[in-house]
Design a protein around this ligand. Structure first.
Ligand SMILES: Cc1cc2nc3c(=O)[nH]c(=O)nc-3n(C[C@H](O)[C@H](O)[C@H](O)COP(=O)(O)O)c2cc1C
Length: 208
């Protein structure tokens, strides 16, 4: 299946068939999320993968429409950072220095530019910046899933406070931004037969 075929087949599933997706496919989908680009490589997010039935059941009351959660194979929760403290930045630079086998001194200029970038932002601005990047992860996960023939539904329709409570997220420093249910579409989900509604090219694209 090529890229466009996979994206045309993809739709936001309302009901899955409860079948569990193979580990290898899950692995590939998560790797594509990991490979997402992020501003200055800081990856200001983390990704929880809910795989147990028990945890899915706990999370059901947090969703306005629970049918995806009660039938999906896995639920991904993307959490954005509200703060990037000294520890986080230090850890990032230690990691670059290990992976690229270079000294911290060699990275000093890059570090200064990151400090400047981060220090001038308010907490709201950091969250706003981080959330944009969380959506890049969401898109990569969703499209990789489509190519792996795994169905998804991206969801923002949830009570953030309930999820944060269940997943032990500290709302002072992090925010649950968006979720993605993964699985296989149920035959009963009539949305799969509906035509895609998209703006015509002349309204969407402007060649200049
Ligand atoms: C960020 C985002 C949040 C969404 N939240 C929900 C949601 O909470 N519940 C839901 O059923 N669909 C949700 N959707 C799916 C959209 O309604 C859907 O993508 C849109 O109607 C286009 O349809 P398609 O994805 O089936 O092509 C969301 C989509 C995105 C991108």
């Amino acid at each position: 299946m090529n890229y466009l075929e996979a994206l045309s087949r993809r739709y936001s599933v309302k009901k899955f068939n409860k079948k569990i997706i193979p580990q290898e496919k899950l692995h590939n989908i998560l790797e594509s999320g990991k490979l997402s680009a992020s501003s200055q490589g800081l990856q200001p997010y983390k990704v929880f993968i809910v795989q147990t039935e028990e945890m899915k059941q706990k999370l059901i009351p947090a969703f306005y429409n629970p049918s995806q959660i009660s039938t999906c194979s896995h639920l991904i929760v993307i959490i954005s950072k509200k703060t990037l403290d000294e520890n986080y930045i230090n850890g990032y630079f230690r990691h670059i220095s290990e992976v690229r086998e270079t000294t911290l001194e060699n990275l000093e200029l890059f570090r200064k530019s990151i400090n400047q970038h981060i220090n001038q932002k308010t907490q709201d601005e950091i969250l706003n910046w981080a959330e944009k990047q969380s959506y890049i992860v969401l898109a990569n996960l969703m499209y990789a899933a489509a190519i792996e023939d795994i169905d998804t539904c991206p969801m923002e329709g949830f009570r953030q406070d309930i999820i944060e409570d269940i997943l032990n997220i500290n709302p002072e420093t992090e925010k649950v931004t968006v979720t993605l249910a993964l699985g296989y579409r149920s035959e009963e989900d009539h949305f799969q037969h509906m035509k895609k509604v998209r703006k015509p090219n002349e309204k969407l694209f402007k060649f200049i």
